[in-house]
Structure formats: structure tokens, C-alpha cells
Design a protein around this ligand. Structure first.
Ligand code: HEC
Length: 94
């Protein structure tokens, strides 16, 4: 099971289609609330200096929590595509 999840994550990280899916899901479910929190600049939440998320593990946790708030009802793979999108577009963990 763990191996399958790792394989899945590895494959997802490589796929531009997954990134596109992650962006689509994210923009539909997440943008509006974040925009209202940031005066209309939702990306600032992920790029501000004092952002909360510092690691991939905490990003996964935050997306999981926010997906519940957003009532997103995603599969694990869909949620992971959003994690990949945010990770590669904004967080770029070293
Ligand atoms: C109903 C409002 C709401 C919705 C919908 C929402 N979020 Fe959030 N999100 C928040 C709040 C509030 C914070 C914390 C902001 C703070 O600490 O300043 C946050 C923070 C975050 C952060 C951490 C930002 C940082 O500081 O590094 C991530 C990542 C995130 N949300 C992802 C998502 C994703 C993915 C979705 C869509 C499933 C989503 N959010 C939907 C309210 C929301």
C-alpha cells in the first residue's frame, strides 16, 4: 500500500496533465475563499514571507484540512494533484 502511494506520488509529480488537473480543481474549490482573505490576491497566501506551510508533509496536511472546509469531496489522487500543483507552482520546497 505504502509503495503504491509512493509510486502514485512519483508518477503524479512528473505529469503536466496532473498539474493542469490540480490547478483546475484548486481554482474551482479554493480560490474564492483565499481571495476574500487576501483582498483579491489569493496567490499571496502561498508566497507571503510568513506563510505557514514549510514542508511537503505540512502542505499535504493543510490541503486535506482546507479541502474539508471547502467541501471539495476529492479522491486521494485528486487531492494529491492539488498538492503537486501548489508545491511546484508556489512552494518549491528545497
Ligand atoms: C472557507 C475558506 C477557505 C477555503 C474554501 C480554503 N481555504 Fe485554504 N486557507 C484558509 C485559511 C483561513 C487559511 C489560513 C490563513 C492564515 O493562516 O493566514 C488557509 C491556508 C491555506 C494554506 C496555507 C498557506 C500558507 O500559509 O502556507 C494552503 C496550502 C491552503 N489554504 C490550501 C487550500 C486548498 C487546497 C483549498 C481548496 C481545497 C483551500 N485552501 C480552501 C481558508 C480556506
Amino acid at each position: 500500500m505504502i509503495k503504491r502511494v509512493l509510486l502514485l506520488v512519483g508518477l503524479l509529480a512528473l505529469s503536466p496533465m496532473v498539474m493542469a488537473q490540480g490547478k483546475r480543481l484548486h481554482d474551482a474549490a479554493c480560490l474564492q475563499c483565499h481571495a476574500s482573505l487576501t483582498g483579491g490576491k489569493p496567490a499571496n497566501l502561498y508566497t507571503r514571507n510568513d506563510r505557514k506551510v514549510k514542508t511537503l508533509a505540512s502542505l499535504q496536511k493543510q490541503v486535506k484540512g482546507c479541502a474539508i472546509v471547502a467541501d471539495a469531496n476529492w479522491t486521494d489522487a485528486e487531492r494529491e494533484s492539488v498538492v503537486q500543483y501548489l508545491s511546484q507552482t508556489f512552494y518549491r520546497f528545497k
